[in-house]
Write a protein that binds this ligand. Structure first.
Ligand SMILES: [Zn+2]
Length: 408
């Protein structure tokens, strides 16, 4: 409820100090002057879009910690003794200690702004989330500061760096000549477009010979060259017109963009699945370097009732026995926050390592979740049927004895 109120407060009318969060998921216009002051009513800093997060942090730092000194601090019983927040602590810990009138709890400003996002941040002595309320243990305030490398001191250093405009990344970029920034963006966008095109068309990126004298430098570089040949603004910022270390054509660069696209795609798939039930198809085979690998596809029903199948990824496994396959599947699930308790179906080929009743992957998963029903993969069934039909045709054509089903 408080969070909703705070969120509503954060969606403000435009003004000179307004910044726009232009993410696709949430379009918010935030007036920095109207950010909630009470630490118990604020949004978590990680709930702000990364594009505006530093602006919000700077606004809070410039405001300073919330220290309502004239408030009538309420008492809480600790054993037989009533205790309350002591406003004198504001003098002792003036740079970071905050008090929430709404929550009757103490908070730390720098930890709120920079403590790493570790999911639900519980109260206790953490001075974020639910805040600190143990008024009988004032020493916890000093313990919270900790040593040189404590979480609090690291957060404090980040606050100091953020406030130092000279070191701020935006200040550094502004120092760059404006035209070179524009050129770099044109170059980068053209390269990203090439990556997206090749991914959509499922084409290979690299060429056997990517040197400047090569007749075929691979799809990525050839496509970028094609764009440059047809667009003057791209031509002037690519290839021979940029510095040697700024060509954005290296394999490392291509992989970096690929990884970014893969991460974005995976996030979309996972957010589509949400906390709903899903099934998995798993199959394993050798790659071109004769390394065993396992491919995983998820199948689920989206919010509109459509059945969706999405490829989750390929995992290398030491061998194709059921235990390494199960371990790799567990790793994949934990990496992407998928729970095996939400698994409602599993589908493999008929091999014993997969559907074996005693030690197959199916059995290992059923031991953990009885609701993960097994279905023989229909594509494999079709393939077996076609092989059988073909074998029967060959036998009949050559007038061989009738084929026993058991031989197949
Ligand atoms: Zn702190």
């Amino acid at each position: 409820m408080d969070k909703c109120l705070a969120k509503r407060k954060a969606i403000m009318v435009l003004s000179e100090e307004t910044i726009v969060d232009s993410s696709k998921q949430s379009r918010m216009e935030i007036n920095l002057a109207d950010l909630p002051t009470d630490p118990g009513l604020r949004l978590r800093i990680w709930d702000y879009n990364p594009n505006i997060r530093d602006e919000v942090r700077r606004a809070y730092l410039l405001k300073g910690p919330c220290q309502p000194r004239n408030h009538e601090f309420p008492y809480t019983n600790f054993g037989t003794k009533p205790r309350r927040f002591n406003p004198a602590w504001f003098d002792e810990f003036s740079t970071w200690l905050e008090y929430s009138v709404n929550q009757n709890a103490a908070y730390c400003l720098c930890c709120y702004l920079f403590k790493p996002n570790i999911g639900a941040q519980a109260g206790g002595d953490s001075f974020v989330g639910l805040g600190f309320k143990n008024w009988s243990k004032k020493e916890k305030l000093r313990i919270h500061i900790g040593g040189v490398n404590s979480a609090h001191n690291q957060a404090w250093s980040k606050c100091a760096i953020l406030l130092n405009e000279q070191q701020h990344i935006e200040a550094l970029t502004i120092k760059q000549p404006e035209q070179s920034n524009i050129d770099y963006k044109i170059h980068l966008n053209a390269s990203i477009d090439c990556v997206r095109f090749l991914l959509r068309q499922r084409l290979a990126f690299r060429g056997h010979d990517e040197s400047e004298t090569s007749n075929n430098r691979g799809n990525f570089i050839e496509l970028l060259q094609f764009l440059a040949d047809h667009d003057k603004s791209i031509e002037t910022v690519t290839f021979k017109n940029v510095a040697e270390n700024l060509k954005l054509t290296s394999s490392d660069f291509q992989k970096a963009i690929l990884n970014a696209v893969a991460t974005e795609t995976m996030e979309l798939i996972l957010s589509d699945i949400g906390d709903d039930f899903f099934s998995v198809h798993v199959d394993e085979c050798y790659d071109v370097s004769v390394k065993k690998q396992m491919s995983v596809v998820v199948r689920y029903v989206d919010t509109r009732g459509h059945i969706i199948e999405r490829f989750l990824g390929i995992e290398h496994v030491p061998n194709a026995t059921s235990i390494p396959l199960k371990t790799a599947l567990d790793d994949l699930f934990s990496r992407h926050g998928l729970s095996i308790s939400n698994l409602r179906g599993q589908s493999y080929d008929g091999a014993s390592n997969m559907q074996g009743e005693l030690g197959g992957l199916k059995k290992l998963i059923l031991d953990e979740n009885r609701s993960a029903y097994y279905v023989h993969c229909f594509a494999h069934q079709l393939q077996l049927t076609l092989v059988l039909a073909n074998a029967i045709t060959v036998f009949e054509k050559n007038k061989l004895p009738k084929l026993s089903m058991n031989l197949i």
